[in-house]
Ligand binder design. Sequence first.
Ligand SMILES: *[C@@H]1O[C@H](CO)[C@@H](O)[C@H](O)[C@H]1NC(C)=O
Length: 242
Amino acid sequence: CHVVSLVKLLTLNYFPSRTLCTLPSQGLEKFSLSGSQSPVVGFLGQDVLLPCQLSPPAQLPNMDVQWRKIGQEFILVHEYADRGTQELPGAGYQNRTELFPSDFSSGNISLKLKMLQITDNGKYQCFVRDAEWSHEAITELRVAAVAPVFIDVLGSRGQGIGLACRSAGWFPKPELQWVGKNWQNLAMDIVTDVTEDRENLYSVVSHVTVTEREGSGDISCIVRNRMVDTEQQSAIHLSSEF
Ligand SMILES: *[C@@H]1O[C@H](CO)[C@@H](O)[C@H](O)[C@H]1NC(C)=O
């Protein structure tokens, strides 16, 4: 049986596994499965590839693949079984998943997840099984959302002029910062509110009153998503006559 198992390792695509003999489990431990070491980042509404690689590259005979989301229990995301005669997305993932069976022979069992939602955040398990062997690899997905930033001029406020900066549709909670060239002691006058909507997206609004003393020039509002190190900004120019 040991000899046969070596033959099988070398010619996996040609021998149906069960007709030879049952391999000792260590017979296939030459194989390993890996996901992504670092989290995969995707953006709301876009597509992302969750990697899963069998090494050394091979297509196991009668291989079953399950992609699952790890929660309190496993949620089936996509299943490929019985040489593809049953290839099914999990409930809630219709039209959002794609495996690439033509790449299986290079050990590539990556899953494309489409039209990302905030609730897709989390850990995913690539689970592969054949008659003698099963293995799993975990990859974390982080879904981020960024949105355009607007500055509104609200008019005169006492000695100065009121400005508002607003942006809606961020995930996770963003940071907001006002930046002006001649501008000091800004922090004292700023009021910033962050709210979360029903789709778990964050909106941010910040009010500031700029006084003449603080000078004219360009004033920017910068909103930043630290998770993906991405920022959006808007700027206005205040003339010295205001
Ligand atoms: C795996 O296959 C997908 C789909 O063809 C491809 O986009 C991806 O680059 C492949 N990954 C590797 C490591 O080859």
